[in-house]
Design a protein around this ligand. Sequence first.
Ligand code: MOS
Length: 727
Amino acid sequence: MTTIGQPLDRVDGGVKTTGAAKFAAEHFYPGLTHAVLVHATISRGRITALHTDEASAVPGVVAVLTHLNAPPLKPAPKPGAFNLTVMFSGTSVNYLQSDEVHWEGQPIAVVVAETSAAAREAAALVRAEYTVTKSVVDFEGSEQDARPQPNNPLLPRGAKKGDAEAALKAAPVSLDLRYTTPPQNHNALELHATTANWDGDRLTVYDATQAIDWFRTHLALRFGVPRTNVRVLAPFVGGAFGGKSAIWPGTILAVMAARATDRPVRLVLSRESVYRTVGGRTPSIQRVALGADRDGRLTSLIHTSITRTGPIGGPFEQVTAASQHLYAAENILARHDLVSLDLLPNTFMRAPGEAIGTFAVESAIDELACELGMDPIELRMRNETAVDPIGGRKKFSHRRLRELYALGAERFDWHERNPEPRSTRDGRWLVGTGVATAFHRALTLPVNVTVRLSADGGVLVRCGFHEMGMGAATAQAQITADALGVPFDAVRVEYGDSALPLGPFAGASAQTASVAAGVVQACEELKQTLKSMARKTGGGTNEEILRRAKVPHVEAVVGSDTRLGRIAGRARFLPNFLLDAQRWVKAASGVHFCEVKVDAETGETRVSRWAGVFDIGRVINPKTAASQMRGGIVMGLGLAMAEETLVDPRTGRIMNPSLAEYHVPVHADIPPIDVSFLDDPDPKMPLGILGAGEVSTAGVGAAVANAVHHATGKRVRDLPITLDKLL
Ligand code: MOS
């Protein structure tokens, strides 16, 4: 391998830094119109009157679509225990098809105009009257109504080993703690945007999506046209983080508006509309109870969570997914409960479940270490395990937490700390350090790929995957170059277009490994073809073989995009997936080391040092991978210290839908972040790749909370850790 492992620059770097890369809202059609959403201002009820005359009279307005005049839309897939597709539907609401309102912010009208200014002006003039029905919107107030997560064999579940409650009672040392995390919203730099154009009953959509294939299927379903008539393109996506996986009303209503007006439509959500129509992260109430003997061996580990879902959808979050596999406790109880609220459904947000679950469990482990007077790394090592703690037939495909802790402790000078809280000062600052484990399950999804070698030596890889800024195309070019033994520069990768062979959705940190599996298989087949050609025509370079055989190129095709081919692909995938999940725990892991300085008077907290060490299996490109980890850590710092969606508990209205009032970290908040990798291939994953997207966000909240405790002696069990909680 010569190209894999090199810190190459991104192949898309040039077009991005020069502004030549076109994003979803930058594609133009003659006669392009602009659409803006109008949001409901009640959380549940019916529209009794809609006043649109004033809006329609604004010069340049082409149409004001409401439930009274919108074209028909086929119903969305209904939420159901076995229906995973609903996760990708955003909500189950059939937009502009009835007078019903299901959440505060639901689109009740779309204004289409010749300019975006006219559309915005007119949208502000649409007025609605309502009858209001009782709704339940208060998460914390609904705690007592929590119900168990519905059973679904395809989703991660809770777990039970022994009698954890009894063991907790009997334990010489025990803790029983409550942690809470607030709702959070997506704030990708690129706003959600759609450019839609109908040509008869053929539809072309440029969308800021991380799931082109699902968007294509979904739009075909909703608008009643064959899948083959729909093309979804997302050549560049300006950050997604899970918020562009499901199809939200903006995309559907842009397509509807284009159909209703017979004009191409561009719809760019305002930042406020992103908050009102794109789901965020669920809030959580978590209990972590730990029982241990005096040597720190865990006898009981209990982690339960309450998150939210609702009558119109929303995936549940596998909050205990990491806790179930981290420690060799004799007795374990993990469970997930849900409350149903009349709000916009939550969705995937980087490390869904793990990000908030690891905050609780890794804070609690630190609390136990303090209770025992033991170093928190030592406590973790005493409970480190080579077999899956839940038992059964499951094995870890790969587990390197000991090496990670050793490497990170050295890079961070961990052992030089004075373990006593409030023991270190730097002028007015109290200085503290904290550590926490990151863990994220690894997965591969089915993909189709073609790889073509031309007589001029060029290689073209085609697969409908996504480039959201993480260097996906660069990584696949590196993999192809090594698999075929050609130079990196000879490889070109096409992606981000549903007309290409089926790619995976860019989520669950699964894209690199999934596409790699297809690329490697295609390259192997191509090499076989070349070998048999060489036998006939005599050996030589690839180019010579093709020239002598008088063919312009040879191609290998993995998978089939016909209807039957896709069904066959799924039929092969599913049993393997289920069997694999029963046998192996595959996961990327990591350790975060954090230093904070807390102003002794004001509680102002600055993160002053950070080291993250990760096991993501084989590292294809250490430069892009490290960047991705830094981004994940920054997002984790947002979760730890700043981000909080404020939902009015009376009305369900999001009160801070803007970057002015919803705080995310800025450059001045972020110290240099030291990232290192073990670069140890996982034997059970394609090319040994475990996936890098999400593991870096898991554990960050706890590392900060533990450092803040070390600095100040105060435990904050409620995110975000803002200065008012330290006074
Ligand atoms: Mo991810 S939260 O599956 O983009």
